[in-house]
Write a protein that binds this ligand. Structure first.
Ligand code: HEM
Length: 142
């Protein structure tokens, strides 16, 4: 069962961090587009956020599955301070992904320009957080 949780953990990682990379690539590729056209394009591309949320959900469920399977105390001792940092960053990531969902919903409304303008910056912070969590996860368990 632990292997299955770890497989799901990596699929969640591919979905979640992959969506962040895709959002960055789309934002960079559309920089030269006229603002109205770009706004419309990014509003449609924000569907990628669903992959991001699903990836994070899979990471949380499988991460908790591994912790319960191995024993919470065992994993906390095994992972040490690096794992504490990882979990702290995961909590911040959950909050930011939630905020990004709110911005996406607002961006789809008629007066959503301000929300749409804030999304690229928040998406980049989400990507940086995701990458930092990967670094601390590997440092914790190797
Ligand atoms: C509540 C959320 C999470 C929990 C409880 C959790 C827990 C764990 C645990 C216990 C392991 C060790 C697996 C093993 O080898 O048996 C692990 C590995 C890993 N986790 Fe998480 N995780 C969570 C979220 C995340 C997130 C959000 C990311 C990335 C954005 C992530 C990335 C990784 C990576 C890359 C590994 C592999 C580390 C390695 O084998 O070197 N995890 N996680």
């Amino acid at each position: 069962m632990l292997d299955l949780w770890l497989i799901i953990h990596f699929i969640g990682l591919a979905l979640g961090v992959g969506a962040s990379f895709a959002a960055l690539t789309l934002a960079l590729a559309t920089r030269s587009m006229p603002p109205a056209e770009r706004g419309e394009f990014m509003r449609r591309a924000s569907i990628l956020g669903k992959n991001g949320s699903l990836g994070l959900l899979l990471l949380i469920i499988s991460g908790l599955g591994i912790m319960i399977g191995r024993g919470v105390d065992v994993v906390m001792a095994w992972g040490g301070p690096m794992f504490h940092i990882k979990l702290t960053l995961v909590v911040i990531l959950i909050g930011l992904v939630g905020y990004l969902q709110v911005l996406m919903r607002k961006a789809r409304s008629s007066d959503g320009a301000a929300a749409a303008a804030r999304m690229p910056f928040v998406s980049r912070i989400v990507l940086l957080l995701g990458l930092s969590i990967v670094v601390f996860a590997v440092l914790a368990f190797h």
